[in-house]
Design a protein around this ligand. Structure first.
Ligand code: FES
Length: 158
């Protein structure tokens, strides 16, 4: 499990930017997501207190919007494209290999907090299919065989 202890100072700073009104809930949550990369439980409690709303209401909103995440993401986000071109060229096998090497499934984060994996739609680089992206770096013509060594590079760089 990723350590979710966070510095709440930033949470207070975000809340201070908004009047304590319900209509700002989503804007606050978006700022929190941007700040931490996810919406920490402790911050949801603070928002609820500040807006005088039940925590359950903040939680429902945080789970409803896809752009918001309740879990901390890894230091490196590995995206495997499953758009048509990549699918035809074997993105499923690629995804399986990434999942096996990291021992997690898409949407999860490794226990050391280093990697998260996501399946995404076309990344706009179909000529390079199948494509995998780590942070902003594109890996085109990816094969199952290359997965391990690419991931190792990032492990070494941590
Ligand atoms: S389908 Fe994968 S980059 Fe377009």
């Amino acid at each position: 499990m990723v350590d979710s202890s966070i510095d709440l100072k930033e949470s207070y700073e975000i809340l201070n930017k908004y009047p304590p009104e319900k209509r700002f809930t989503l804007a606050i949550l978006q700022d929190v997501q941007k700040q931490y990369g996810f919406v920490p439980r402790e911050t949801m409690n603070l928002i609820a207190e500040y807006l005088r709303l039940p925590v359950s209401e903040i939680y429902s909103m945080a789970t409803f919007y896809k752009a918001l995440s309740l879990k901390a993401k890894g230091k490196y986000i590995i995206k495997v494209c499953n758009g048509t071109a990549c699918h035809i060229r074997g993105s499923n096998a690629l995804m399986d290999e990434v999942a096996e090497v990291l021992d997690i499934i898409p949407g999860e984060t490794t226990s050391d907090g280093l990697f998260s994996i996501e399946i995404v739609n076309c990344l706009g680089a179909c000529a390079l299919a199948p494509v995998m992206v780590i942070d902003d770096k594109y890996y085109g013509g990816m094969t199952k065989e290359k997965v391990k060594s690419v991931i190792e590079e990032y492990r070494r760089a941590k």
